[in-house]
Structure formats: C-alpha cells, structure tokens
Design a protein around this ligand. Sequence first.
Ligand code: ACM
Length: 482
Amino acid sequence: MSDPVSIVPRPQSVIGHDGEWLGTKPWETLRARLDDSLGANEYLLSVTSSTITLRAGSESALADGKNTFAQIIDGAEAGVEKESGLTRYRIPCLEIRDQPKYAWRGLMIDVARHFVPLDQLKKMASAMALHRLNVLHLHLTDDQGWRIEIDGYPRLTEVGAWREQTMTGRYLGEETPEGEISYTSHGHGGFYTQDELREFVSYAAELGITVVPEIDLPGHMQAAIAAYPSLGNNPDTQLKVRETWGISKHVLGTGDAAFNFVRDVLEQVCDIFPGPYVHIGGDECPTDEWEASPEAQRRLREWGLERTREIQGRFTQHAADVLRKYGKRLVGWDELLEAHLPDDALIVTWRPDHSVAEATARRFQSIVADSNRLYFDHAQGGRREPLSIGGKTTLKDVYTYDPVPAELPAEERALILGVQGQLWSEYITTSEQLEYMAFPRVCALAEIAWGSPRVSYREFLRRLRPHLQRLERRGINYRPLS
Ligand code: ACM
C-alpha cells in the first residue's frame, strides 16, 4: 500500500501488499482474540486473501484494533451482492501492528454550561473511537447547571439543572456591572437520568471508551447550592443557578450537610460508572466565603489546620475515602496540589504555569490538558471564527504540541499517562458547534496521543484531507482547513 490506511497508526507500521484484494463480509470474517505474547496495549491486525485476524494484548487494545478495522471498512469500496443482499467490501491485504504512546487518550466534554443531548454524546463517542481516543471525561456539574440525577436530592435536577437565562457576548469578569451584560430571552437546561447514563456508559464501552464522570467540588457548585442552600456557606441566602460565565465565589460549606452530600453523590456516581476513575474537579475554588465564615473558621481550628485552603484538602480527603471504598481512583485538576491530597491521585494539569513538571516532580501520575494547546473552546483562527471564550489554538498549534516538557527526567516522563483535549461549552450551544470546535483538532490530538511520528504539518494535512471526507460521510461537522 502506498498510503497509510488510517490517520492514526504510524505510517511505517502499515505493511500492505499491493494488488491483492479481498472480497468478503469483513465483520463476519474477523477473528479477534487476546494474545499475551503481544504488549498490553498492542494489537496486530492481519488481512490476507483468505482470513482477517485481530490479536491484542488486552481488551482495550482489542477495541483499538476493531476501531482500526472499522475505519478500513468505512473507506472501502462496497457493493451489494444480488443473490444474498449482503454488502461486500474490497479491502487491501495488510498487516498493522500498533500500540499507542499513551494509555489515556482523552476528550473532555462540558455538558454543564450547555447540556449535550444523549444522542449527540453517543455521536461524539463514536467519533472518538474513529480516532482511537479511549477516555471520555464528562464534566457533569458546574455553577451553571447540574446534569446528573441523584436519588435523595431531587432538587438537583428539578432546580439545579435549569437556568432562567444565559449571558450572551464575552464575559469580562466579576467586575463587569450587571447592567452591561445582556442575556438570552429563554432559559436553558437538561439532565441525564441514571438509566440514561448507564446506557451511555455501555454504548461507550462497546467502542472501547471509558467514561470518567466529573463532579466538580468544592467550588463550581453554585447550581447545587441553588437547589439546596444548606450545602453552602450562607444557608439563609437563596442563590440562582449562575447565568454568567466565570468563577462563582459560592462554594460548598463546611457543615455535615455538605460532606454527607459529597459522600451520597459520589457513592451513586461510583455505582453508575463502572470505570476505574472518578474525577472530583477541584479547580478554581475561591476561599472568600470560608475566610468570611465563622463556622468555616471554627471547623478549620477543630481540624487542627491553619490555611483556609486546607478546607479544600478536607473535601479531597473525604472524596478519596469514599472512592477508595468502591475501588475507584481519584482524578482531579492540578489545583488539588495546593492542599492535602492522596498519593495516588491522578492529576490533570491544565494551567501552563503550573505545568505537568510540578505534578511529576512530586511523583503524581498526570494527564496533560494544557490550556494553551489542548483547550478546544478557543478559536481556531483569526477573524470570522464564531464567538468563543477567547484565546486562539489553531490546528497547527495542536499538531505541533509536545505534551512532555523537554527538561523532564525519564522517570518523571513515565508518570505522564496521557493527554486530553477540552471542550468547555460556555460558547458551544449546539451539536454542530460542538463538532466544529472539536474537529479537526481532535484528529491532531489523536496523532499526539498515539505518538505518530510528526513528519511535518504538511504531511499531516495530506493525510487529513481524505480523513475529513470520512467525517463528512458520518455527518460530523468540522472547521474547514484554512
Ligand atoms: C479549568 O479550566 N478550570 C480546569
């Protein structure tokens, strides 16, 4: 074969045999099995003129191989056989032996700022599988919306999942006078029932994707506090679900109600999501309310702690205790490093100035989610791009990004488990827009995640063009190349 069959496997790992073609019913013919002579993340897909075999070192590698095979079929010449009515494909004989550079190849979707309907989530999962991404991080809760049904707390979804209006235009910070912000004339909201989430988790698992749920705590909790004021620091104040972007100062209070709430929610989350990870957020948690609250300060003394920030540490510790009981590993944003946290926490580093080097120097395993290069809510070009949160991250910025800082010693490099793109949805209001912001940057992310040799940006674009037609055939929107 002269062309690599896929945008993801390394070009040199594709060994084809020119001229030999196979007419068959590929899915029926595929023989897939685990083979422990292969590396844990490795698969070997072999198409000869008589058989198609797939062997892999693990279930997740098996899923990668199946997804590669699906992609080959997707691009194949097909015809319907008259007598049987079956579709026959012509696919090249080939052998692909491949394994990803990173075990965690992630995409985060923020369903809190704007709700993403279940069918669209499934479409995104399927598009991830096409790119052999294997972790879908679902940002389920935030100041502007709570999206997961929790038994015993009906107001989370009756009240916390809905806001009366949403600001339009760019957010200029806390100091912006209220009168200068304009709003939509309609409300926004939605949530997933537990059954819907279970259905989604199984759908994703079939594609080889682990869903990592995030309950962002103890900050980014205004929607929950609007539903249950007793969870906050000022139980007598009725808040609204937040209607502007930015960071709310309203965070969980330090009473038993808040700690019991965290336990109850995480227990149900552990039950709904069978994967090994639960993300507890931890980012951008202002301490203003804790500083001002006599109750919070009393608790701090009772715990024998001095720094107010350590209240966050108590929440992290509490969440870790709950998750441990369910055999889950705690994941959180890099702010977790600023207070007490468990040694086995998995850190998602997003702030460029608090880079992954800080986490790995302290021996924490990490996922790189750098906001300069992997935030897909930023614009993809100059003028004419749709309104976005601000910042610019072009396709080339993503493609040329090396997530591992050059100066990192080898033993610290080994602590980087993966990379992840972020689709924050303040300015992503529709499914078309979600796809537009994701693609083709997700294609470049997949190349980084798989460790494909970065030959040149031009070479990538040459392979990307036919790949974009593949997206088009699947009805996936994308930003056209410049
Ligand atoms: C984040 O962007 N607040 C993780």
